[in-house]
Design a protein around this ligand. Structure first.
Ligand code: B16
Ligand code: MG
Length: 218
């Protein structure tokens, strides 16, 4: 493995558990549309863009909608989601994340965010994490959704690091695939069962250093 110089982190499920707020917002919308939508269905939306998420929900309900209507509902969902994000607290940063990133940065690694969310900037600022990243690539900067590697390739470029010298931290299957499609290794945050293709799976960033992690990946 080439010497790793850049670390690229997904947001939802890696830095903070915003999936529960996405769920509550989609659930409210699904209820309005009379579509049965469970927490299990919500798993399918992880790492997936807002529009694609809504299309998956419409599929569950066997519903068809015009592009214009879809847009209207996506905006509605986002407004509900933003009410939750408004109340987001710094304490909600997942355990070990701040220390892991600060230590890695001190050791000279470049740090980027690679998220599908168009709200990533707002979320980072709510969590007091804006300054922790050398580059932030989010849903406002990409055209193609994961598993396309665009978000991570732009991340590597923004860090000024070769893509082969970057590793990605991801909690979603589509994200692991996106990393691999970009020629990068992926650390799965979760279980091997849920992320069978990840190069290494860990439960979270607590109690592990970047050095230890890279050793385990060899
Ligand atoms: P927004 P990630 C993703 O974030 C979420 O996992 C996914 O559920 C959400 O639909 C997507 O962001 C878009 O979010 O509606 O805020 O633009 O995991 O790529 O950090
Ligand atoms: Mg995620």
């Amino acid at each position: 493995m080439e010497k790793i110089k850049g670390l690229i982190f997904d947001l939802d499920g890696v830095i903070v558990d915003t999936a529960k707020y996405h769920y509550l917002a989609w659930k409210a919308l699904a209820l309005e549309l009379n579509i049965p939508f469970t927490e299990r269905d919500n798993e399918k939306l992880k790492g997936v863009s807002r529009r694609k998420s809504f299309e998956i929900i419409l599929e569950i309900g066997n519903m068809v909608m015009s592009e214009e209507e879809k847009e209207k509902y996506c905006t509605k969902k986002n407004n509900i989601y933003l009410e939750y994000i408004d109340k987001l607290k710094e304490e909600e940063v997942l355990k070990g994340v701040k220390k892991f990133i600060a230590d890695a940065r001190e050791k000279g690694y470049k740090i980027a965010l690679g998220s599908a969310s168009k709200n990533a900037g707002l979320i980072l600022s709510k969590l007091n994490l804006t300054g922790a990243f050398d580059a932030v690539i989010d849903g406002t900067k990409v055209e193609k959704a994961k598993p396309d590697p665009e978000v991570f390739l732009l991340g590597a470029r923004a860090l000024g690091v070769d893509k082969e010298a970057c590793i990605v931290f991801e909690d979603a299957k589509a994200g692991v695939e996106a990393a691999h499609n970009g020629g990068m290794k992926a650390v799965g945050i979760g279980t091997k069962e849920n992320l069978p293709n990840a190069d290494l799976c860990i439960s979270g960033l607590e109690n592990i250093s970047v050095g230890e992690l890279l050793k385990q990946m060899k």
